[in-house]
Design a protein around this ligand. Structure first.
Ligand code: ASP
Length: 340
């Protein structure tokens, strides 16, 4: 009798557990959109980028596979990309006009609609951990500059000397950008000079992002960046702005953006994709394509986004020549891609 009772309890427990999980998960990432042309890439460099994306997918999917949350998965994924100097986030961040690295990051939980973000931090090794700390350990959503740095340090984020972020490649990119600016100024072609992406040059962009659906049906999104090369005086882009560069809502989708931030802010890009799904009942792909392929270029901006919906449908939309990107699903299907 006792044995029968125990079996009954175990059966009820197992049924309750499977009702909550369907063991389906997906992780989608980007490493920035821009003028990424095969003709300008060496096979060695291409292999390094692909490996970098794969490492990030491995770290995040390991968490999802073990039953971890989408939130933990996107944070871990972003940390790997931040630690990889190939990408414009954490180590490898681009330089400001003054020759500094000012980092932005944000994270959002689609289950609770809680979010955290930091902007313009200069000494936090992994800005995404600071964004997570703001979300989990403060009553705020966004903190900037010195205050954000202090808060992050007080809450266990690793602090580094700002020189940690220096890379020769990004320094040379800044010198190139400045040279180009002065040429434009000389030719009176100064409209939007400091932000204009020169032809066949990929040095302005390269943000990283991750979106995930976990086994429990929860969505999460995270984005981290050094911003845009040669950015000025405390400029903050879309990446740390909830609703612009990052958004997640279990009822619709999780979104992370990359590209010319000013346009993404003006379009409230990430939240608009979610709204189109919620109010116009568009699919995640249609909503993203409409915004990235039509609305964004109609204003003069460019870039891309990744998004996943609550059923695991996803899209990687961009209107640039390329976007570093990849995904992995619970059934094992996985891919990393660079070009159109
Ligand atoms: N969106 C970022 C910014 O404007 C740049 C990027 O995605 O590469 O700061």
């Amino acid at each position: 009798m006792k044995k029968f009772f125990l079996m009954l309890v175990a059966f009820a427990f197992a049924t309750a557990l499977t009702a909550q999980t369907n063991s389906k998960y997906i992780l989608v990432i980007h490493g920035g959109a821009g003028t990424i042309l095969k003709s300008q890439m060496t096979p060695e460099k291409e292999a390094l980028y692909k490996q970098g994306l794969q490492n990030a997918l491995d770290a995040g999917s390991k968490i999802l596979k073990q039953g971890g949350t989408a939130l933990d998965a996107v944070e871990a994924t972003i940390m790997v990309l931040e630690n990889d100097s190939l990408f414009n986030a954490g180590k490898g961040a681009v330089f400001t006009n003054e020759g500094k690295n000012e980092l932005d990051a944000s994270i959002m939980d689609g289950k609770t609609l809680k979010a955290g973000a930091v902007a313009g931090v200069t000494n936090i090794k992994n800005p995404i951990t600071a964004a997570r700390a703001v979300m989990d350990k403060s009553e705020h959503v966004m903190m900037a500059g010195k205050g954000a740095e202090l808060f992050a340090a007080q809450n266990g984020c690793t602090v580094v000397d700002p020189s940690y972020f220096f890379t020769t490649q990004r320094w040379n990119d800044l010198l190139d950008a400045k040279r180009e600016d002065s040429l434009k100024a000389l030719h009176k072609d100064s409209t939007k000079a400091f932000l204009k992406q020169p032809d066949n040059h990929d040095y302005k962009y390269g943000t990283v992002g991750a979106v995930a659906l976990d086994m429990y049906g929860n969505l999460a999104a995270a984005t981290s960046t050094g911003g845009m090369t040669d950015k000025r005086y405390g400029r903050i882009g879309d990446s740390p702005i909830i609703g612009a560069g990052t958004y997640a809502d279990n009822n619709t989708c999780a979104v992370s953006c990359t590209g010319w931030g000013e346009y993404f802010i003006r379009l409230s890009m990430a939240k608009t994709v979610s709204d189109r799904m919620e109010f116009a009942h568009e699919s995640v792909k249609d909503a993203a394509d409409e915004m990235i392929m039509k609305k964004l270029p109609s204003l003069g901006g460019d870039g891309g986004l990744i998004a996943v919906d609550k059923d695991g449908n996803f899209t990687m939309s961009f209107d640039t020549d390329g976007m570093y990107r990849g995904y992995i699903k619970s059934d094992g299907e996985s891919k990393v891609e660079i070009y159109k």
